[in-house]
Design a protein around this ligand. Structure first.
Ligand code: FAD
Length: 469
């Protein structure tokens, strides 16, 4: 009986639940459906689309080595998926479709439509928990609600997780060659090409991901708890794009932590356990997307904040996007994002807070801008991060705790090295001035004057939030 595996955000043959289960039942073929119109509607930018495209090519090669042909269809948007899959199923006499679940609302609706359509056509459909350890709904509070706060969620996660949930799934053995051959994957249209994202930094595919994980564990993981906050140290794994597209699984990451940490996730080495905890944050936000699906429709998690009177200012928004706010670390971060498709977590928090608090601009504009530029864009993590910074979300930063961008700069980029790299016009100034150039230094270097005054901007944000009470 021929089995069809539909690959989506799981572009790997290693530790892939759907693929592993399918291969136990019979010969397998795979399919990837490119949905560029949908991705555009979801604001995915060229960086991410190109990374996926390279990832699909790498997946096709990895599958080919197992004699599993990968079919490739360009179908526009999610609404075309049921029909496209039915055609493949009929053409090749497939009996069963397998896929790993995804959690944002549009993806869940797509999958429900596919399952119903294929059931009616007499095809068996199996879907699996793969991206995270617990299926949303399995990990609830004592009152039976979804968690709204990370810490108790993480505690419950550690208490309840089983070895089986984290065990690596079998990689299929090489199967006998089928008569069907894989599809060539067409080149991307120009509109989806990105010259921004360095293909050497972001080499696509599961092998590159595994190498990156190994290098991180060898060199940086044990220092992660301290180094992770300093953007100039490259102290984090830079695996986010691989996790977001499934070129590596969270199980592979957590198993590697345990192998290096005496079998522990919550204890042992400070760096390793703190890194494992970030992977649980990732899982938390996936659960939030299912428990509170209105966040997938541009609504704030905390409904009372829907009334907040955000400002409208295109010049301010553009200055933020272009890295010309006159706050050096904010600008360095925004320039890093636009130039490379990636930004350090500390700086994502800082720039998101700057947009939503100092500029009092709607966080949804920033969320969309991040999505359009990130190579690791992931709806749940991006939305979660933005709503945290804007104090509209789960675990929200209390609205009165507003980062001072200069203090943050002195604390997390103490030698202003990150600033010197990304804002080169300030590189020749003394360290102190790189954090906060004087008016004359700004004039001499062509670096913009600050577009807001920290204290006044802070007060304006506090007033806007107080109005909600
Ligand atoms: P590491 O520090 O090595 O962490 C390991 C992995 O844990 C990451 O790859 C990621 O999968 C996960 N992780 C780490 N921190 C978080 C977090 N706070 N929330 C959820 N998962 C986390 N992450 C994305 O993957 N995609 C996004 O679109 C995204 N948007 C964000 C937007 C904002 C405003 C904020 C504040 C954070 C966002 N994050 C996002 C979370 C985090 O910034 C990135 O995951 C991290 O910077 C990626 O770098 P890394 O792989 O080196 O992380």
């Amino acid at each position: 009986d021929l089995q069809l595996v539909w690959f989506r955000n799981d572009l790997r043959t290693l530790d892939n639940t759907a693929l592993s289960a399918a291969a136990q039942r019979g010969p397998v073929i795979g399919v990837f459906l490119a949905t560029r119109e949908q991705w555009r509607r979801h604001q995915h930018g060229a960086a991410k689309i190109e990374f996926i495209h390279r990832g699909v090519r790498a997946l096709s090669d990895a599958l080919d080595a197992l004699n599993i042909p990968l079919l490739y269809r360009d179908i526009g948007d999610f609404s075309q998926a049921p029909q496209a899959l039915e055609e493949i199923v009929r053409e090749h006499d497939v009996t069963t479709l397998h896929f790993n679940r995804e959690y944002p609302l549009d993806e869940r609706q797509r999958d429900a439509a596919v399952s119903e359509h294929l059931h009616q056509a007499g095809i068996t459909v199996h879907d699996y928990t793969d991206h995270i350890a617990f299926e949303p709904g399995e990990l609830l509070t004592g009152q039976g609600d979804y968690y709204k706060v990370f810490t108790p969620f993480a505690k419950a996660w550690h208490q309840r997780v089983t070895a089986e949930q984290l065990a690596l799934r079998d990689t299929p053995a090489c199967q006998s060659a089928l008569t069907l051959t894989r599809n060539a994957i067409p080149a991307l249209p120009d509109a989806d090409r990105s010259d921004r994202v360095d293909a050497h930094t972001w080499v696509a595919g599961q092998d590159a991901a595994a190498d990156k994980l190994e290098r991180f564990l060898d060199a940086r993981a044990r220092r992660y708890a301290t180094d992770r906050d300093f953007p100039s140290l490259a102290g984090t794994s830079e695996l986010s794009a691989y996790l977001a597209t499934g070129m590596i699984s969270h199980r592979q990451c957590l198993q590697a932590v345990m192998a290096n940490n005496g079998g522990h996730l919550a204890d042992g080495d400070a760096g390793l356990k703190s890194w494992a905890s970030e992977l649980i944050w990732r899982e938390f936000y996936q659960h939030v997307a299912v428990g509170f699906p209105y966040i997938c429709q541009h609504q704030p998690f905390q409904s009372h904040t829907a009334k907040l009177k955000w400002r409208h200012s295109d010049p301010d928004f553009n200055a933020w996007c272009e890295g010309k706010t006159g706050f050096p670390l904010v600008d360095a971060a925004m320039r890093q994002l636009v130039a490379t498709g990636w930004m350090h977590n500390r700086l994502r928090m800082l720039t998101a807070m700057f947009l939503s608090k100092h500029l009092l601009l709607d966080w949804r504009r920033g969320e969309a801008f991040f999505m359009a530029h990130l190579v690791d864009g992931d709806f749940a993590s991006n939305n979660g991060g933005w709503q945290w910074a804007a104090s509209t979300g789960t675990d929200a930063a209390p609205y009165f705790r507003i980062f001072n961008p200069i203090t943050q700069s002195e604390r997390f980029d103490p030698k202003a090295e990150f600033i010197a790299h990304w804002v080169p016009e300030l590189a020749d100034l003394p360290i102190k001035s790189r954090h906060q150039p004087s008016a004359s230094e700004r004039r001499a270097t062509g670096y913009p004057q600050a577009i807001v005054d920290h204290k006044r901007a802070r007060q304006r944000a506090l007033d806007a939030f107080k109005e909600l009470d």
